[in-house]
Ligand binder design. Structure first.
Ligand SMILES: Cc1ncc(COP(=O)(O)O)c(C=O)c1O
Length: 508
């Protein structure tokens, strides 16, 4: 049988990066698997195959060699090359993996698309991102960490670099427990404290040990995107409490009675994104109400040390006489996020159960970070660093605020936060934040649109600007670009409105 006709339509891509022998291999494999070449078919001799595809004889030999290795063909000495009866050991002979069908079911967070868009929007080197909630890399106390490493690395107990307990490096846990005790009348001992790979991991582990699909949780609205995503992925029902003004305790109580939620995730101090600080009396009332209804309070507290006027009120954990608060802390904002070190303070039964769950995820957090952080905290340099950061970030906050007032006029409203990283702005124009982001990115500046912080994506008039990541000059330039975008979009909209008005015709 002349089978050369089966290859007459097959073209090789000579300018492809894929070698020619592999292209021939794929063509023949396809013909074998779709039975165009049934078992027993005799294949052309190497020289003929080379002529058919206009390639060298070596290329043809290589293609046959690979096919033979894959068990698809067989050379019989003195007879020729044949398709084998039952193709074995062939990765090409089996259908491709259908990964999407094999994933376990997972509720898709509606925020994923916003974040994907934000991440996938092409940004140039010169672009200024006011989006990420990151400290400025130029302010990382890296030289102190380098010195500590050099001074102490010869004295390190190498056993500390092996596997350690899931709860974390004991000296660091003890130091953090002591720091908590210094701020509170409620004692914190090492058994109350577990080291996390960032506070985000804490939110995830809390959701794993307490929540199942159908449960209810309460969050503030707006709130931290990372928490919303975790709760979405847990398949729970999310109830929201407005967080721009004082906490609506009556609505909270209504939720508690009506839905019996498992937990309330809250950022009481320098809230992300709106910067709000919950006053002391509200904290007391919240704790009273929560205790009465057996509601777990998850207090996420990354920003409380970054205050620019008075220190904020004590944390909920520091007032937790009923043992209902799970507190999350992190070094991501005060030092640097790459340390991936946060911690949880909670009653021992919670710590034990979290440790069990954490074991499934990463056995324990990074030892080197924990060892260095312990040295850093012991050396008492944290306070000096924090004093510098408060001074620097306060300047940056004021620079950004003044630039907005100067450049954006009445288009952007905000109230000055007394700590944290963000200005939470309201758009006073027809322009929406997604449209503004789309155009602003082209003009070399980006931010997070407000809708990302809501569970129902209902808000298109707010945006979050981070003032911590860049020095003052860059912040001023970023706001200039934002203002330019805002004015040009506004003008466009006014034009459009005029045109629409003038082109109105009676309907007949
Ligand atoms: C409120 C809040 N919680 C948690 C995190 C995550 O912090 P970490 O880097 O410790 O995981 C962030 C970071 O932006 C945050 O703003």
């Amino acid at each position: 049988m002349d089978i050369s006709k089966h290859f007459s339509q097959s073209q090789l891509a000579h300018n492809s990066s894929k070698p020619l022998y592999l292209q021939i291999l794929e063509i023949i494999t396809c013909k074998i698997t779709d039975r165009t070449l049934p078992p027993g078919s005799k294949l052309p001799p190497e020289r003929e195959l080379a002529n058919l595809f206009a390639v060298s004889r070596t290329t043809a030999i290589n293609a046959y060699r690979q096919l033979e290795l894959q068990g698809l063909i067989q050379t019989r000495i003195g007879s020729g090359t044949y398709v084998v009866d039952t193709p074995i050991n062939s990765t090409n002979a089996v259908p491709p993996m259908s990964w999407n069908q094999l994933f376990s079911p997972h509720p898709q967070s509606p925020l994923s698309s916003i974040l994907r868009e934000l991440v996938s929007t092409p940004v140039s080197q010169q672009s200024i991102s006011l989006a990420a909630g990151m400290p400025d890399p130029a302010l990382y106390p890296f030289d102190i960490f380098t010195d500590l490493f050099h001074k102490h690395s010869s004295k390190i107990d190498l056993a500390d670099l092996g596997h350690i307990s899931t709860e974390g490096y004991a000296p660091l846990r003890q130091t953090l427990a002591t720091i908590h005790c210094q701020k509170s009348t409620i004692p914190t001992i090492i058994d109350n404290l577990l080291i996390l790979s960032g506070s985000q991991q804490g939110i995830y582990l809390i959701s794993k040990i307490f929540l199942q699909p159908g449960d209810c949780v309460i969050v503030e609205s707006p709130t931290y995107i990372g928490a919303i995503q975790v709760f979405h992925s847990a398949g729970v029902r999310i109830l929201t409490l407005p967080s721009n003004t004082s906490l609506p305790l009556a609505l909270l109580e209504d939720y508690l009675i009506r839905y019996r939620p498992k937990l309330f995730y809250i950022i009481p101090t320098f809230q992300n994104p709106n910067g709000r600080v919950m006053p002391l009396n509200e904290r007391q009332e919240l704790l009273r109400l929560a205790a009465r209804h057996q509601l777990i309070i998850v207090e996420d507290d990354p920003y409380s040390e970054l205050y620019y006027n008075e220190p904020p009120p004590p944390s909920l954990k520091d007032m937790d006489h009923h043992n209902i608060v799970i507190h999350l802390g992190t070094f991501s904002k005060t030092l640097f996020p790459g340390l991936r070190t946060g911690w949880m303070v909670a009653p021992p039964p919670v710590i034990n159960r979290i440790a069990l769950e954490k074991q499934y995820v990463d056995l324990h957090s990074n030892n080197l970070s924990q060892w260095l952080l312990h040295l850093f905290l012991k050396g008492d340099v944290l306070q000096t660093h924090l004093i510098q950061m408060r001074k620097e970030y306060k300047k940056r906050r004021d620079t950004m605020a003044n630039s907005i007032r100067r450049e954006c006029g009445s288009f952007l409203d905000f109230s000055l936060p007394t700590g944290g990283f963000y200005l939470w702005c309201k758009l006073n124009t027809e322009v929406t934040s997604p449209t503004l982001l789309h155009e602003a990115t082209k003009n070399g500046v980006s931010f997070v649109p407000g809708e990302a912080f809501y569970t129902d994506r209902s808000n298109f008039k707010e945006l979050r600007l981070c003032f911590a990541t860049h020095p003052e000059k860059k912040l001023q330039e970023g706001i200039k670009r934002l203002a330019k975008t805002l004015y040009s979009l506004n003008q466009k909209q006014e034009h459009q409105a005029l045109e629409n008005n003038s082109s109105t015709r009676p309907m007949i």
